[in-house]
Design a protein around this ligand. Structure first.
Ligand SMILES: NC(=O)c1ccc[n+]([C@@H]2O[C@H](COP(=O)([O-])OP(=O)(O)OC[C@H]3O[C@@H](n4cnc5c(N)ncnc54)[C@H](O)[C@@H]3O)[C@@H](O)[C@H]2O)c1
Length: 250
């Protein structure tokens, strides 16, 4: 990168967010990593110690005033990655409005607040990547989460239209099942079923998602906007792996 660009990444203390910070830092961005967990400082310290331009701040994406104050300090922004989110599972009949509210307050409204405050301080030609989820296609016992992430898909597409006059490209990555703490809500039995549904025979790694984010966040990404890049190891094809005795190539 000729001139160092500034990237802002939420939910960066662990999991996919941490992998995104590592990837963008390795590519030469100045990265500002935020999370509501103090552990985000450890992520920044380790990378700064290795010579990368990474700083951290504890921030809750529901706190619009704090988001604005932090972004004021960083402007102009080049890249924004909206990654922070929460999940849980409940049988549909047990879901309450409070469960729904929590998902929408963080996953949808929090994403909107960061996107809007970020866009206001972004250079023309900037890039926004929202982390959605393959659950927009449906997911068992996660109606509240799937609805909140489907809203992120709609937000992404609408923002792509509204920010196009400034040449700000807005895209989303929709991960399938990825090996992070977020997976721990699944019982070992459910994890086994999930694994059997992965066409490529493995659960995704945070780095698989970070690679897709880096592609969409790149300055070179001139002509993609409003796109939802599904990164799910082929699961959307609706096929699991064949048992070895039925696989002609095994
Ligand atoms: N792991 C998966 O299988 C999977 C699948 C599809 C989509 N995703 C999405 O990927 C993204 C990252 O998830 P992950 O798997 O790394 O989960 P994770 O739980 O490991 O990390 C999420 C991070 O977001 C932070 N966070 C949550 N609420 C916050 C708030 N209000 N303010 C600031 N930070 C907050 C958490 O502290 C945590 O560090 C999320 O948007 C998630 O919905 C994950």
């Amino acid at each position: 990168m000729s001139e160092r660009e500034t990237a802002f990444v939420t939910g960066a203390a662990k999991g996919i967010g941490k992998a995104i910070v590592e990837r963008l830092a390795g590519e030469g961005y100045r990265v500002v990593a935020v999370d509501r967990l103090e552990a985000v400082h450890d992520v920044a310290r380790a990378l700064a110690g290795a010579g990368h331009a990474v700083e951290a701040q504890v921030l809750d994406i529901r706190d619009r005033a704090a988001i604005g104050a932090t972004l004021d300090r960083l402007a102009p922004l080049d890249v924004l990655v909206n990654n922070a989110a929460v999940t849980s599972t409940f049988p549909f009949d047990e879901l309450t409005e409070d469960h729904f509210r929590e998902m929408f307050e963080i996953n949808t409204l929090g994403t909107f607040a960061v996107a809007q405050e970020g866009a206001r301080r972004m250079r023309n030609g900037g890039r926004i990547v929202n982390i959605a989820s393959r659950s927009f296609a449906g997911a068992p016992q996660m109606a509240h989460y799937a609805a909140s992430k489907t809203a992120v898909v709609g937000l992404t597409r609408a923002m792509a239209i509204d920010l196009s006059p400034r040449d700000i490209r807005v895209n989303a990555v929709a991960p399938g099942v990825v090996d992070t703490d977020m997976l721990h809500y699944m019982t070992p039995e459910r994890q086994k079923v999930m694994l059997s549904l992965q066409l490529l025979g493995r659960i995704g790694k945070p780095e698989d998602i970070a690679r897709a984010v880096s592609f969409l966040a790149s300055r070179e990404n001139h002509y993609m906007t409003g796109h939802v890049l599904v990164v799910d190891g082929g699961r959307s094809l609706g096929q699991g792996q064949l048992p070895p005795e039925e696989d002609p190539h095994a």
